[in-house]
Design a protein around this ligand. Structure first.
Ligand code: NAP
Length: 486
């Protein structure tokens, strides 16, 4: 019998108002029910928002230093429960265990970073034209922030939003994705264990369709930080704008690498395959297009195909699995359909394109890692986010054409170039339309102490992580203090 998890509101574990629960299953074994989660409705969201609203004044009234201490305690808690959290990520989101452990490490680093940031300066003193005036800036919390998160980084993404939100004095309501709510419940347990004051962190599980609108449009909500698909993100933007609320959207990607003739092709192929196939391409920063310049395309393609063939497909719990099951059956069907469309559009599948079958594969939602060549730059498979282990190889005559192809899609999250030329690398860094640029590096994989986010349809609003997070989670005040009257 699977464990039933409750919502966490105002420091208390509570059932949702519908009295119903929804199962979450293991993508590597669909018969394994990870847990039952509250099928919350708008009323539950209202109660959680009210709790966050009730707690916001007292929380904002504590010092950044004191708030940072809670984060540092949470970091220690997470470190001491690291393996439990990593196993939970693998079981519920299907991630390879090594990558899941990496995700936990990143969440610990984020809590430590923002924990320490609680004691950093938040404003500046500026000389006034009037020597009697002390002129300075200060940053104030926004109030109640709704955090709406996807399933693919079920620990790191909620933490990279809530760590800065909390340390800068906001209270939060987290709604994790329905496909991976377990980590949300474990995060709630973490805050309960470290004694975070009631109402500062609240968790509501349930479908975005049922509770998303309340989390965005409730009058007590001051801001929304969302990561997920572009379609849902744009709906949140419209509603937030109607409310006059601040919003931050991190959305899809169609991340390219350009391979130049002077590149180390062995290195380029290894990194491209890693970026495209790890976690079965289910990262917003995964590589999905390799744009190859000139006559190296055959050699590069052969290397990519050989390296893809060598990848072990299997459950994330096996330490040597690279290509793991995709999140659910709908995703598996979408990936298959995208590859079929790629073939109809003239693409040539050099490897993969199907689903592996047999004992372990029949239990979960696996697709083969797939390499498609002869892809037109404007074909569906080369333009739209597939969120699966599918790499399109696209030829380009020269660097300028490669850059034009790379920039031709609506997304602009992450991009890379492989070259030995400093000149090409710098030109690429300047002209590529992407928020994250890698030179001879994987499009996926970022560090938490620097800003994260994209251009064009990939992101809207302030950057996340690093020093940039304070811009979204606080509002600036400018204070003129005149001592001449005293
Ligand atoms: P999604 O379907 O957009 O869901 C994201 C979150 O939004 C989930 O919690 C979802 O709840 C919720 N939601 C759904 N409908 C909603 C509504 N009408 N109002 C408010 N919330 C609603 O995305 P996903 O499939 O979970 O994640 C994959 C996508 O995330 C990909 O496009 C990927 O590129 C993107 N992503 C981007 C980044 C980045 O930093 N740029 C990072 C990771 C992922 P339910 O689960 O209950 O539907």
């Amino acid at each position: 019998m699977a464990t039933t998890y409750q919502n966490f509101i105002n420091g208390t574990w509570v059932n949702g108002q519908t009295g119903e629960t929804t199962p979450s299953t293991n993508p590597a074994d669909l018969s394994d029910v990870v847990g039952e989660f509250q099928k919350s409705n708008a009323e539950d969201a209202k109660v959680a928002i009210a709790a966050a609203h009730g707690a916001k004044k007292a929380w904002a009234g504590t010092s950044g230093l004191a708030r940072g201490q809670y984060l540092l305690k949470a970091a220690s808690y997470l470190e001491s429960h690291a393996e439990e959290f990593a196993q939970a990520i693998t079981r519920e989101a299907g991630k390879a265990i090594l990558e899941a452990r990496g995700e936990v490490g990143r969440a610990v680093a984020l809590l430590q970073y923002y924990g320490v940031d609680g004691s950093n300066p938040v404003g500046t003193v500026v000389p006034s034209v009037n020597p009697n005036i002390l002129l300075y800036t200060n940053r104030m919390p926004l109030g109640v922030v709704s955090l709406i998160t996807p399933w693919n980084f079920p620990l790191a993404i909620p933490i990279w939003k809530m760590a800065p939100a909390l340390v800068y004095g906001n209270t939060v309501v987290l709604k994790p994705a329905s496909a991976a709510p377990l980590l949300g419940a474990l995060i709630a347990r973490m805050w309960a264990e470290v004694g975070l004051p009631n109402g500062v962190f609240n968790l509501v599980t349930g479908s975005g369709g049922a509770i998303g609108n309340e989390l965005v449009s409730n009058l007590a909500v001051n801001a929304v930080s969302f990561t997920g698909s572009t379609k849902v993100g744009h709906g949140i933007a419209v509603e937030s704008a109607r409310q006059g609320n601040r919003y931050q959207l991190e959305m899809g990607g169609k991340n390219p690498v350009i391979v130049l003739p002077d590149a180390d092709l062995e290195q380029a192929a290894t990194i491209t395959v890693s970026g495209a196939m790890k976690y079965s391409g289910q990262k917003c920063t995964a590589t999905s297009r390799a744009i190859v310049v000139g006559g190296i395309i055959e050699e590069f393609t052969d290397l990519v195909v050989d390296k893809t063939k060598a990848l072990k497909i299997g459950p994330g719990a096996d330490a040597d699995s690279i290509v793991v099951p995709v999140i659910d059956q709908a995703s598996k069907d979408n990936i298959k359909a995208a590859v079929e469309r790629g073939i109809r559009d003239g693409g040539n599948v050099l490897f993969g394109g199907g689903v592996p079958t047999g004992k372990i594969f029949d239990r979960g939602t696996y697709v083969q890692p797939t390499v498609i060549t002869k892809v037109a730059p404007d074909a569906f498979v080369a333009c739209e986010e597939i969120f699966g282990p599918v790499l399109s190889i696209i030829p380009a005559r020269d660097y300028d054409e490669a850059l034009q192809i790379a920039n031709s899609v609506e997304y602009g999250l992450s991009a890379g170039v492989f070259t030995r030329s400093l000149n090409s690398a710098m030109d690429f860094a300047n002209r590529i339309e992407a928020g994250i640029v890698k030179i001879n590096g994987e499009t996926a994989g970022v560090e938490p102490q620097v800003p994260f986010g994209g251009m064009k349809s990939s992101s809207t609003g302030n950057r996340e992580q690093g020093k940039a997070a304070i811009e979204f989670f606080t509002q600036m005040k400018t204070i003129y203090m005149d001592r001449s009257a005293t």
